[in-house]
Write a protein that binds this ligand. Structure first.
Ligand code: GLN
Length: 319
């Protein structure tokens, strides 16, 4: 069997393997997310030269949630450069849950992947008006996905109505002057970023754009400044899975980011990306099936950065 046929078969096999795994629960602290169909399950892989392999509910839209965070970080870096951006947010794993109310010794959020850091970043890229900051963000993600994306206003309203914990984080950041006094505007930016609707094909194409150092492999649009793609990927590797980040780096070994709607995006630099959607989450807020699929794929194809097979750096050539 060719490698290509093997890959197609293997992704279908993984879907079959975990289809009947019903472990985990939906996120209900954002009430709208509790309405998802818990059985939905889609897997898409896109290579850095644009070949796509999909199985399952890959057209099903869900909100991107925290997977917006590395992309917003990238946009802040493009706009303000490293020095200024890192004055507002650190790059150190916190070992804490995504919504932890905790700052580092210099009263900065630990990293851009936890909510505190993402709110600081949202404040940096929020623009002059609530509409313009959100539009810029959605436009950029649309270019990366190769399709026009939009915000799910019901999820955004639902999160805003119940987002008191994020609101308290934002005021803590205001207290330490990490964000300016437009706290509501920054929160609107953050909630809207989290509410962008994607399916696994969009997400995998966004990931392939990162894998292809910022250029969408199909449209050839230069979406992200190539100088900062490595910044986003490195914080994804060290902090993307929150308090599972160490174990993820150990077992899977590639940059990744999860979201509480049930998406996971994993990127193999210069080679490919994997997007999984399955809304049942474990206690840390990561998709149960998503973790299993990525772990098995990394094992099967040697995608781990330090795997002895080192197939991860030769994936496309081998197809
Ligand atoms: N919007 C969510 C929140 O702030 C994002 C969290 C996540 O996806 N881990 O709680």
């Amino acid at each position: 069997m060719s490698d290509l046929a093997h890959l197609k078969n293997y992704i279908s096999e993984l879907h079959e393997r975990y289809r009947n795994n019903h472990d985990g629960t939906l996120a209900t602290y954002i009430p709208e997310l509790g309405k998802a169909n818990p059985d939905h399950f889609g897997i898409t892989m896109v290579t850095a030269d644009g070949q796509e392999f999909s199985v399952g509910d890959v057209q099903q839209e869900f909100t991107i949630q925290s997977i917006c965070k590395p992309l917003a970080f990238l946009m802040a870096l493009e706009r303000y450069g490293r020095e200024e951006t890192l004055r507002h947010v650190g790059i150190e794993p916190s070992g804490e849950a995504f919504n932890s109310i905790q700052l580092d010794r210099s009263n900065r959020p630990f990293n851009p992947m936890v909510n505190a850091g993402a709110i600081a970043v949202a404040s940096l890229i929020k623009g002059d008006s609530p509409e313009s900051g959100v539009n810029d963000f959605v436009k950029r993600l649309s270019l990366a996905a190769g399709r026009e994306l939009r915000v799910d206003s019901s999820v955004c309203a639902s999160e805003s109505a119940t987002g008191n914990r994020n609101r308290s984080i934002a005021y803590l950041l205001r207290n330490f002057e990490v964000v300016d006094d437009q706290v509501d505007h920054s929160l609107h930016q953050y909630f809207s970023q989290c509410s962008v609707l994607v399916n696994t094909r969009d997400l995998a194409m966004i990931g392939a754009t990162l894998a292809n150092i910022g250029e969408n492999p199909l449209t050839h649009e230069e979406v992200f400044d190539m100088r900062y793609v490595k910044d986003a990927l490195s914080v994804m590797l060290t902090c993307g899975m929150y308090d599972y980040a160490g174990e993820w780096a150990y077992r899977v070994g590639v940059p990744a980011k999860s979201g509480v709607a049930g998406g996971i995006l994993a990127v193999v630099n210069r080679q490919l990306s994997i997007a999984v959607y399955s809304p049942r989450l474990d206690a840390r807020g990561n998709s149960v099936r998503g973790i299993k699929v990525c772990t098995d794929l990394a094992e099967e194809y040697g995608l781990h950065a330090f795997d002895f097979m080192n197939f991860g750096s030769n994936f496309i050539k081998a197809l």
